[in-house]
Ligand binder design. Structure first.
Ligand code: PMP
Length: 353
């Protein structure tokens, strides 16, 4: 007997989700908010967390937290909410609840966990390439929907790792065409100009998924999804009973009472995104893709070389080159603080000089 016989062949062949070691680097590779909580709030949060009963299991449904999320993020009363250990877990729950051998359809390139969860849930995965400029190819998408009849379509809105938000009417056309569910993944909603949340609870096929990660709480691991109650109830059945721990529930409730802090940071990051994009657009060597997220994706003549030069300057970004044919020579730069962005721009300037 050997390990080859104990595990699924596709798992044995898989690569683990790669997270680069960022020790000692200015970390602009993972769409994190550069700011920690202000000192006064950190002290107050410490006191709040000290009161949490760690000997008890968490509230299994997180009802108090869900009510607060509904109130602060304008989730319609008709919608129900399910919580996840990050929105990553919500993707897992959904694919686990769908029929084996049914189809997960996603646009490519997009968030890699759609494909990975399809595979792990023994579903079939169909990826529909975007256009060269990272806009959605609606004809190809509708043709793939007609041909494969997906159980779920994932739409990252705005799209990671490219940056743009697809045209709303195109996503609506997908919703009209799909026989199954459509997940509008709004991980980057705090940086975007549109949302489908107003339709959650109204449209039976629509699940709107979000996360607290990108607004400044990536370490908490809290995702939430809203949809019609019958759909959310199915996800709740496959959810591990205590998937959101007591510290996360307490810290999230605290953070949501101070949303103004995160809103102000998001506003600054949006302004910094414009500054970064404008500065990069000034180089003939850079193609900048219009982003509605907290990162800017650029195409340069030699992405591996620029990635290495930034690393040598102590800056870690994401090298997308090699991930997908459409991402040739692309780098994804997370928007940092003004000083961090100035440092990236200076390093890029010396590279192109
Ligand atoms: N959706 C998209 C589009 C993402 O880019 C990410 C994070 N990279 C996630 C979901 C997962 O976020 P989290 O698990 O931190 O909530």
């Amino acid at each position: 007997m050997s390990i080859q016989q104990w595990f699924r062949p596709d798992v044995l062949a898989m690569q683990a989700y790669h997270v680069a070691d960022a020790t000692g680097y200015l970390k602009l590779d993972a769409m994190e908010n550069p700011y920690r909580l202000p000192d006064a709030l950190r002290a107050e949060l410490g006191q709040t967390l000290a009161e949490v009963a760690l000997n008890r299991y968490p509230d299994p449904h997180g009802d108090g937290l869900k009510d607060q999320l509904k109130a602060v993020f304008a989730i319609p009363a008709a919608a129900d909410v399910v919580l996840g250990n990050g929105s990553d877990e919500l993707i897992t729950l959904l694919t686990q609840a769908l029929p084996a051998d049914s189809v997960v359809l996603a646009l490519e390139p997009s968030f890699v966990m759609y494909r990975m969860n399809a595979q792990l849930s023994r579903m079939r995965y169909v990826g529909v390439p975007l256009n060269d400029d990272f806009t959605l190819n609606l004809d190809a998408t509708l043709a793939a929907i007609a041909a494969h009849q997906p159980a779920v379509v994932f739409v990252s809105y705005p799209n990671n790792p490219t940056g743009p938000r697809f045209a709303r009417q195109q996503v609506e056309a997908i919703l009209d065409a799909v026989p199954g569910l459509v997940v509008v993944d709004e991980a980057y909603q705090a940086f975007a100009a549109d949302t489908f949340m107003d339709l959650a609870g109204q449209h039976p096929q629509l699940i709107v998924m979000r996360t607290l990660s990108k607004i400044g709480l990536a370490g908490l691991r809290l995702g939430y999804a809203a949809g019609v109650p019958d759909v959310i109830a199915q996800l709740d059945k496959v959810r591990p009973p205590y998937n959101v721990n007591v510290l996360t529930q307490a810290a999230a409730k605290f953070a949501l009472r101070h949303l103004d802090v995160f809103d102000a940071q998001a506003a600054e990051l949006r302004a910094e995104r414009s500054r970064l994009a404008a500065a990069l657009s000034a180089y003939a060597q850079c193609t900048v893709f219009p982003s509605e997220a907290n990162f800017v994706t650029v195409r340069v003549p030699d992405a591996p070389a620029l990635f290495a030069a930034l690393k040598a300057a102590g800056i870690l970004v994401k090298n997308l080159h090699g991930y997908h044919p459409l991402l040739q020579h692309c780098l994804r730069l997370t928007v940092g603080s003004p000083d961090e962005n100035t440092a990236v721009l200076a390093a890029i300037d010396s590279f192109f000089a």
